[in-house]
Design a protein around this ligand. Structure first.
Ligand code: SF4
Length: 361
């Protein structure tokens, strides 16, 4: 096998030639040997060719955490409660309606439904919530991680595909691909042994895509994962994308110190930026690379936009898991982006361009 060279790998990736795709071995080599400047410059070039140098997408959705009860109990999660805990909650239909109306009054037309895996909140309740948001209130709804979707299948006794068809018919339009963390069963056994395995996560996302529920994918790093496992995660996502084309975007998050129950390490700004750049270079079949303003903060987020990212996800209207430092209004997001020389482009969940809502503050 010829000796690997950073400049050879990057120039081939930038050539756009057939066979230009970076192999997993090359990705690992880049992660360990390329300088930050080399990686981000190449990623920025690819981003510019696809989306223009300065255009940055963003959207405005309301996160609706419909329940904090979860039977999975991931070690890093401070949000979940057991069904017998005094501070558990599940939103009633009227509380869900109030959330939707509140979001609309702040200009949001999109809802992100996210909860724990609560056996008492089954498929019918999920359909009811979707009919409320999508049907009655006319909003676009993304929601439900593979763990939640598999939970609906388990409690209803129905095949996953039937569950997905019913949710889609009730108004679900896309899925977040959440709960991937690192697609390594070794890592999952340490951090979240009751969560769907790597194979179950991939199978669920593939079923979503085949049923017309496209969405996003992510990685959450900064714990016990190795470089090899990060690259393997990206390989699995790229291969699934080759089969289905169902991912609009990919986002790299870092674990946040929500609890003290799991091994967490500091991710330096350089490591975050290198990872975002590698995602752009390796995931040549995923259109958009989002940066995480919510987790990394606006300053580092802006640097990541100069190193391969093209989207900042959403203005944060409500978030019950992380304490946000990201803009909380459309005007604030546009000011942040324009101040850094970017051109903000409001978008839908499917990344199509949309008019910025006139009534959004
Ligand atoms: S599945 Fe989600 S809500 Fe449940 S414990 Fe894990 S991260 Fe928390």
């Amino acid at each position: 096998m010829p000796e690997l060279s950073v400049s050879d790998i990057l120039s081939r990736a930038l050539s756009g030639a057939p066979q230009a795709r970076i192999s997993p071995e090359e990705a690992l080599f880049l992660l360990r040997n390329a300088s930050l400047d080399e990686l981000t410059a190449a990623a920025r070039e690819i981003k510019s060719r696809r989306h223009g140098a300065n255009v940055v997408g963003y959207t405005l959705f309301q996160v609706v955490n419909y329940t904090n009860v979860c039977r999975i109990g991931c070690s890093f999660c401070s949000f979940c409660r057991k069904s017998e805990d005094a501070d558990r909650w599940t939103l009633t239909p009227s509380q869900l309606r109030a959330k939707g109306l509140g979001a609309k009054s702040r200009g949001a037309r999109q809802i992100f439904l996210q909860g724990g895996v609560n056996p008492a909140f089954g498929l019918e309740k999920a359909e009811e919530a979707l009919r409320l948001f999508a049907g009655e209130l006319g909003m676009e709804v993304r929601g439900f991680s593979p763990a939640e979707l598999l939970g609906f299948a388990e409690t209803s006794g129905l095949p996953l595909e039937t569950v997905l068809r019913r949710l889609k018919a009730a108004g679900l339009s896309s899925v977040p691909g959440a709960g991937a963390e690192v697609l390594s069963d070794r890592v999952r056994a340490i951090l979240s042994p009751r969560k769907p395995s790597t194979a179950e996560w991939l199978r669920t996302m593939e079923a979503c895509h085949r049923e017309g529920l496209r969405g996003t994918a992510n990685i959450v790093f900064g714990s016990v994962e190795t470089d090899e496992e990060v690259v393997e995660h990206l390989r699995l996502v790229r291969e699934l994308q080759d089969r289905t084309g169902g991912f609009h975007s990919f986002v790299a998050w870092t674990f946040q110190p929500q609890t003290r129950n799991f091994p967490i390490r500091d991710v330096s700004p350089g490591e975050y930026l290198r990872t975002v750049a590698l995602c752009r270079l390796f995931l040549d079949n995923v259109d958009h690379v989002e940066v995480s303003l919510l987790g990394m903060g606006p300053e580092l987020g802006m640097r990541a936009l100069r190193g391969g990212g093209d989207d900042v996800n959403s203005v944060v209207l409500e978030e019950n898991v992380l304490k946000s430092r990201a803009p909380t209004t459309v005007a604030g997001m546009e000011e942040l982006l324009r101040g850094e020389g970017f051109v903000p482009q409001f978008r839908a969940f499917d990344f199509s361009d949309m008019e910025r809502p006139a009534d959004a503050p």
